[in-house]
Write a protein that binds this ligand. Structure first.
Ligand code: 0X9
Ligand code: ZN
Length: 422
């Protein structure tokens, strides 16, 4: 009876607008530092504080090559953090002084663009989906919607297939598996638009001679949450049974070396939490089922991420071993990176296996496709930049980033074909 009263009061308060949803997360005076690590003790210290998820947030995990790690620090923790750096002799570079300012700047959009969908601002899920519907309507002969499945919160994970003729080899693009990496869905929609509208001969041939399967926003719940509640959200939104922390890293939830070799975390509060078991996240499970079903139609798999400017390939689980076709994988990677560097922006991409050039990551989608579906060509693209803006890449950089994607893709596909994989 008492419970009933409590419930009734709660309903009354909610409808009166007294009990509200928690407000949008703010990042006033949160800073982002790039740290350079010199030894294991320093790394252990930073990884330990990285687990204090209320105070810190790892933006970019430690990578052995650069010996760097990017970490966001809350204002209340700043003094302690600075003492810690000093005490442990860790050198640091301040990348972002006030994360909230960057977020606010990101929202400022040119008014001229507000009526039509474009690539000078970032859009919310609803807007992206409405645009997708328009595209499907405008190009009914060459496009088709596909449905991967449902997210934890019941959203539909949608994709678009673009096919200009029967019998084309297939290229699969999965984007925005990490919610806060907004540049990835902006690039995916731009790329879709180019495949359908570009008059450039090279782009036309890319559109005509391959079937494109593209998911612009894979982590739909996380993406929505990153717009509405917390700009820095990365994971899925499924609550954990025994813990207050929500979500798992969908890109650690696939059944390929799952939770092995320290390539993911078993701590539900970590940004790289692998989930309770492979496929525990409905999104990852749905993608596995969908890809298994259409595997014969796919030759190349690409996953869009940010940031760091890398083209990463398998393996993610070890740097002691490499795939048997690693030379080809590197040749294709070089073609991609060279093409991008040749543009006037001069942006430099590093390429190589995930474990070798970045860090050990297990249970990722690309590695699952490579190892379990036996696909020979799979890459992760980590877009701009190298930490100046990190995840909050200013809207003016969307189109330059996309131009880089296109020349990179043209070179990648051409080389992949030349080497006999397409
Ligand atoms: O850690 C990740 O999941 C990716 N980096 S990110 O900063 N965007 O989170 C890299 C994933 C590497 N991919 C594969 N091994 N397939
Ligand atoms: Zn990512």
């Amino acid at each position: 009876m008492r419970l009933l009263w409590l419930l009734a009061t709660l309903v009354a308060l909610t409808s009166a607008g007294i009990v509200k949803d928690p407000p949008k997360e703010r990042y006033d005076n949160f800073r982002v530092y790039k740290l350079t690590i010199q030894n294991k003790i320093q790394l252990a210290v930073i990884e330990k504080i990285g687990e204090l998820t209320k105070k810190y947030n790892i933006w970019k995990e430690y990578d052995e090559r650069s010996r760097q790690i990017d970490i966001m620090v809350s204002p209340g923790e700043l003094n302690h953090f600075q003492e810690l750096l000093k005490f442990n002799n860790i050198s640091s570079e301040l990348m972002i002084e006030n994360v909230q300012e960057r977020i606010d700047e990101e929202q400022v959009t040119p008014t001229a663009d507000s009526a039509t969908f474009g690539w000078t601002k970032y859009y919310e899920l609803e807007e992206i989906e409405a645009w997708l519907d328009e595209i499907l309507n405008a190009y009914p002969l060459v496009t088709e919607e596909f449905i991967v499945g449902q997210s934890y919160e019941g959203r539909t994970i949608r994709g678009i297939k673009i096919s200009h003729k029967a019998g084309n080899p297939g290229i699969f693009i999965e984007s925005n598996i990490h919610a806060r990496e907004w540049i990835t869905s902006a690039s995916a929609t731009w790329f879709i638009n180019q495949l359908l509208t570009s008059e450039d001969a090279d782009v036309r041939s890319l559109a005509d001679n391959y079937d494109w399967h593209i998911i612009p926003v894979f982590n739909v719940d996380g993406f929505e949450y990153s717009h509405k509640k917390d700009r820095m959200w990365r994971k899925t939104r499924q609550p954990h049974a025994t813990n207050a922390c929500i979500g798992a890293d969908a890109n650690r939830n696939f059944d390929s070396y799952w939770l092995q070799n320290n390539g993911a975390s078993s701590n539900p509060c970590s940004e790289t939490f692998a989930g309770d078991n492979p496929g525990s996240e409905p999104e990852a499970k749905a993608l596995v089922e969908y890809l298994t079903k259409i595997q014969d139609q796919i030759s190349v798999y690409i996953s869009f991420h940010s940031y760091g400017q890398y083209l990463l390939s398998p393996y993610g689980h070890t740097k002691e071993e490499f795939p048997e076709n690693y030379n080809d994988i590197l040749t294709i990677g070089k073609a991609f990176a060279d093409a991008i560097e040749a543009l006037p922006y001069g942006t430099v991409y590093q390429y190589g296996s995930t474990a070798d050039v970045l860090y050990v990551a297990t249970g990722t989608s690309v590695d699952w496709v490579f190892n379990e579906l036996g696909k020979k060509i799979g890459y992760t693209i980590e877009y701009r930049d190298k930490g100046r803006y990190g995840f909050i890449l200013p809207p003016v950089q969307i189109i330059p980033n996309c131009e880089e994607l296109m020349v990179g893709m043209l070179a990648l596909i051409e080389k992949t074909k030349e080497l006999g994989y397409l």
